[in-house]
Structures are given as C-alpha cells and as structure tokens.
Ligand binder design. Structure first.
Ligand SMILES: [Zn+2]
Length: 264
C-alpha cells in the first residue's frame, strides 16, 4: 500500500497563533515545523505498522512546514514552490493508493475553527463549489479523487475532523486540539497528539483494507465561486482568461474537470 500524506501547519497540536506560529517570520515558526514533522512521523509509524510500502509526504504549507532533518527515514518529501505543472504532479500522485492529511485546519468561517481559513488567511473570505462551501480538505480530497485516490485519514483540530467526516464517508480522523475560537484552542500534549495520530492512521489503513473508502467525486460541471476580502485581489484574478466577475469582490471559475479550477 502506497500512502500520500498532505500536510499543513495550522492543525498541529501546540500551533495556535498565525502571527507567532504560522507566518514564516513568527517567533515560534521553526518550533511549529518541528511539531508538525513529529506528527507526520507518527502518521508514518502508524501506516508502516499496517504494511505501507511507500510513503510520500507533501509539504502543503506555503512557506514550508516540514523540518526536513527530522523527517522519518521511511518517508520522502515532495516540496518547493511554485508547484510543478499539474501533469507532472498527477504522474506522481497516480502511483499512490490512498491519501491522508496531517495538521489540517477547518475552512474559513467555521465557528471555533482554530486558525481556520481557506488557502490564504489574508485574502479569501470563502470558496463555494457548486453552491457548497468548501475548504482545503475538500480541495485535496477532490483533487486526488479525480485520479481515483480516496482520502482515508485526517488529523487536525476538532473542527477540521468534523469537516472531513461530513465530506468523506468512512474517513478516520484524529483530533489533536479543541478550537475555542480562531485564535485560541486547547491542545493535547504533543506526546498524546502523536499517539492518537499513529493509532488513527494505522486504524484508517486497516479499515480501508477491510472496507475500501471511495475516492471523493462530485458531479460536474463545476462552478467555483471565490470571494475575497478586498477588491484588489479580485482585480488580479479577473485578468486571467476564463474568470468571470460576479461583483467587486467575487469571481467564478467554470470547468468540467475539477482539477482545472480547484487550486487556481
Ligand atoms: Zn492550510
């Protein structure tokens, strides 16, 4: 079984502040990276226990969230910005059997979602796909779903876990902190967070082998509506071909192929 692990920083136990923990000039940024990497390694341990043969970790946090020198010896890292062309990324992703997310946060606007946002905490008010609010969990699950990979496990704050469970039938989750507000949470001890992740990722893989989770696919055609906090970002996005302006802060993208629009 080959496992692809998407990662982010905001859903890690102990990471609670954009300013101090998440932004690359934050005073505890390096510490956050170490905490994420330890959580990733716990997920790697979990899936190895259930017979995973190849594990690729994707650094999904914009400025980089993985503390490379601590990465588990059995894992490899896909990293770097800007991303490689989609066709090349798909060639890599397609060789895997299942997807997982570690360190994930809830979509923008979720009550008590700790560090909740969608793509950019400074620019985006919401994403709506075919009239349904979505965040980064749906973006990833639909993207890998398009190449037939199911998403079988997620760790993050409790709001992210609920979002994943509502989205993907049969997904296993591990909550590592309880959000009280966007900037406040109750974090588990890092040791307990890692224990839960290792246990959850192992259970997810076992469960998937017994009763396979389906890749997430929604019916097209797709309309992705994006609303920005300010008009200047909408101005920039509208300069791209095929982008429709709905109003001063809102744009729409359309396609029959979900991968055309879900990450642009
Ligand atoms: Zn994120």
């Amino acid at each position: 079984m080959k496992v692809l692990i998407m990662t982010d920083l905001e859903g890690v136990s102990g990471v609670v502040s954009f300013k101090d923990h998440v932004y690359s000039d934050g005073r505890y940024y390096e510490n956050s990276m170490r905490l994420l990497t330890a959580e990733i390694n716990a997920a790697v341990e979990g899936v190895l226990k259930e017979g995973a043969t190849d594990i690729l970790v994707v650094d999904g946090h914009g400025p980089g969230g993985v503390w490379f020198e601590d990465l588990h010896p059995k894992a490899r890292l896909l990293h770097g910005r800007p991303l490689a062309p989609r066709q090349i990324r798909n060639e890599v992703i397609k060789t895997f059997d299942v997807g997982m997310m570690v360190g994930q946060h809830a979509m923008a606007g979720v009550e008590r979602g700790n560090l909740s946002h969608t793509q950019s905490s400074r620019e985006i008010e919401y994403y709506k796909l075919n009239d349904r609010f979505i965040g980064e969990i749906a973006q990833f699950a639909l993207y890998i779903g398009a190449v037939d990979l199911p998403m079988i496990f997620l760790s993050g704050d409790d709001a992210a876990c609920r979002e994943a469970e509502e989205l993907v039938e049969g997904i296993t989750t591990a909550s590592v902190k309880e959000g009280l507000s966007r900037n406040s949470a109750i974090s588990l001890s890092p040791f307990e967070a890692r224990r839960r992740i290792a246990e959850g990722s192992a259970r997810a893989l076992k469960r998937h082998k017994d009763c396979p989770v389906a890749p997430l696919k929604w019916d097209g055609p797709y309309v992705l509506e994006k609303r920005f906090f300010h008009t200047d970002i909408a101005d920039q996005v509208c300069a791209r071909p095929g982008v429709e302006r709905v109003n001063s802060q809102t744009v729409r993208l359309r396609s029959d192929n979900i991968q055309d629009i879900i990450y642009v």
